[in-house]
Design a protein around this ligand. Structure first.
Ligand SMILES: C[S@@+](CC[C@H](N)C(=O)[O-])C[C@H]1O[C@@H](n2cnc3c(N)ncnc32)[C@H](O)[C@@H]1O
Length: 191
């Protein structure tokens, strides 16, 4: 009798991340970004080859996974901040399951303090935590943003966002700003 044993090819990182995103697509209930917004973040980073990202507001890690996946393409790393321990721990598990731990530095920290202490520089920021602090985060981080870098903030047209934020960034003539709105992604698996 002859028994053939075949080595299985291990999945590539892309396959692992895609599998993770697909299998968890209905499980993001902690104020996480929708899929379509995650893809916008991913595309922005890959297109501009950003390598030093900061995320404010990890929650359970949906956007972090998109940012980290983009970092796997550019050879960079994302630092992400979360103040809620349960969400931080769940995010670590999710990031690990997606195979992206090497591209993430996750801190259980109040971002108010972190942004003041951080040296930077960053070339990409995603602000998605306490909306009434958006303007202050921007004021603290703008000097730490590299020339050509990109500062993004989620849900800026929400009633909850500090109204001053949009007015303030638009008044800064050392930045160009746009407000993007995206339709939900219909074909979930198509990247
Ligand atoms: C909108 S959720 C983030 C969603 C996440 N970006 C995603 O798409 O998966 C905002 C998160 O920011 C956290 N947060 C609020 N204030 C914070 C602060 N001062 N420092 C760090 N995290 C904070 C909240 O606990 C919450 O989990």
């Amino acid at each position: 009798m002859l028994i053939g044993v075949f080595a299985q090819q291990s999945p590539t990182l892309d396959e692992r991340v895609q599998k993770f995103l697909s299998s968890h697509r209905d499980e993001w209930h902690d104020l996480n970004v929708p899929y379509a917004d995650g893809k916008v973040l991913f595309d922005l980073i890959v297109e501009h080859k950003y390598t030093t990202a900061l995320e404010i507001g990890t929650s359970t890690g949906h956007s972090t996974i998109w940012l980290a996946w983009a970092m796997s393409k550019t050879g960079g790393k994302v630092t992400t901040l979360e103040v809620d321990e349960k969400r931080h721990v769940q995010a670590l598990k999710n990031i690990e399951e997606a195979g992206l731990s090497d591209f993430v530095e996750a801190h259980l920290r109040n971002a108010h303090d972190y942004v003041k202490e951080a040296k930077g520089p960053f070339d990409f920021v995603f602000s998605d935590a306490d909306k009434n602090w958006y303007k202050q985060y921007f004021i603290d981080l703008a000097p730490k943003l590299k020339a050509g870098g990109c500062y993004t903030a989620h849900n800026v047209t929400d009633g909850n966002v500090d109204k001053d934020y949009v007015r303030y960034v638009e008044s800064r003539n050392d930045f160009t700003s746009t407000i993007e709105s995206h339709q939900p992604c219909r074909n979930y698996d198509q990247l």
